[in-house]
Design a protein around this ligand. Sequence first.
Ligand code: QAP
Ligand code: CO
Length: 188
Amino acid sequence: MAILEILTFPNPILRTKSESVSEFDSALKNLTEDMLETMYDAPGVGLAANQVGVTRRILVIDTDYDVQGDDESNRKLVKQNPRIFINPEIIEKTGSVLFKEGCLSVPGTYEEVKRFAKAKLKYQDIKGATHELAADGLLAVAIQHEIDHLEGRLFIDRLSEIKKSMIKNKLIKRRSKKFERSRFHVEL
Ligand code: QAP
Ligand code: CO
């Protein structure tokens, strides 16, 4: 098990369309375990494989977990419901909701996005067996957000042009500040 590096905007891998999984082997199982560990550590409620550099149609989601402990050293998962979706496809969608979303690849940015309120999902499990799942609430929103990642789409793409450009400017500025700081550090 390992905690993987989460890629952040504007990394081009986040813009890559992911390819279907056809081999349900131990490498797939190891990757999904690492993705779950990375998600719980972040902490987040969902992660797509391309966020850790793997452009395959793999998602992990847990919208039900609870943590105990006040700092990193004694943090413990006291309840969890890890879900793994391979080659997920939305086959039915109804209603609409506004949900204030964030993304581990767009840190520190939260904006309301319009989503379908309910979604029926067809997916494969870790062994390749096909299942269906009817989702609503936070799970339905998480599924739509994560499937966007598989298409190379980010939640900020679903905002108005003006909001999107403000956010992009903010993130690019923050990134160059970070770069300046690290360069300064090296030169010292
Ligand atoms: C996607 O997002 C999602 O900016 C998962 O500083 C979004 O886990 C599912 C996070 C909305 C359902 C509803 C974001 C953590 C986590 C940040 C996340 C941050 C730290 C985002
Ligand atoms: Co995301």
